[in-house]
Design a protein around this ligand. Structure first.
Ligand code: SF4
Length: 132
């Protein structure tokens, strides 16, 4: 006999500015973890369905932070992941990024760290930095 319970959740899709209110029926196991996503409604397009399922199983976000610069006209370089990475990896990624120093010149889009934490997603520069 299954001890899973079905719950209805509501949250907004943040994929585009429409921010559709999604109603999602999930099955939770005895530990409260999502065992299955039963249905998604309220989405105006298929991306909302994908967002809801991703958000409840493996939420992802773009990570944006800064990296120290050596020899540049700025001390810090804004960087971001080229795509969203699992939220569960953000703390580990920050620990790795904190120890990085990049050398000027740097151009927007330059890869600062390739294949961040084996995600297949690069950490890239968000602006240009000229030599000091
Ligand atoms: S469901 Fe589609 S239209 Fe609605 S916020 Fe998400 S991406 Fe935008």
């Amino acid at each position: 006999m299954s001890t899973n319970v079905t719950k209805t959740l509501q949250f907004n899709c943040t994929t585009c500015p429409s921010e559709c209110l999604l109603t999602v029926e999930v099955e939770r196991d005895v530990n409260g973890s999502v065992a299955a996503v039963r249905s998604v409604t309220g989405n105006s397009c298929p991306r909302g369905d994908k967002f809801a399922r991703q958000e409840l199983t493996c939420p992802v976000r773009v990570l944006a932070t800064t990296v120290a610069v050596s020899g540049g006209d700025e001390a810090l370089l804004p960087v971001r992941t080229a795509e969203a990475i699992p939220l569960a990896l953000h703390a580990q990624a920050m620990a790795l990024i904190r120890g990085q120093v990049v050398n000027a010149p740097i151009h927007m889009g330059d890869v600062v760290l390739k294949d961040l934490l084996d995600t297949n997603i690069d950490l890239i520069a968000s602006m240009d930095i000229d030599p000091a």
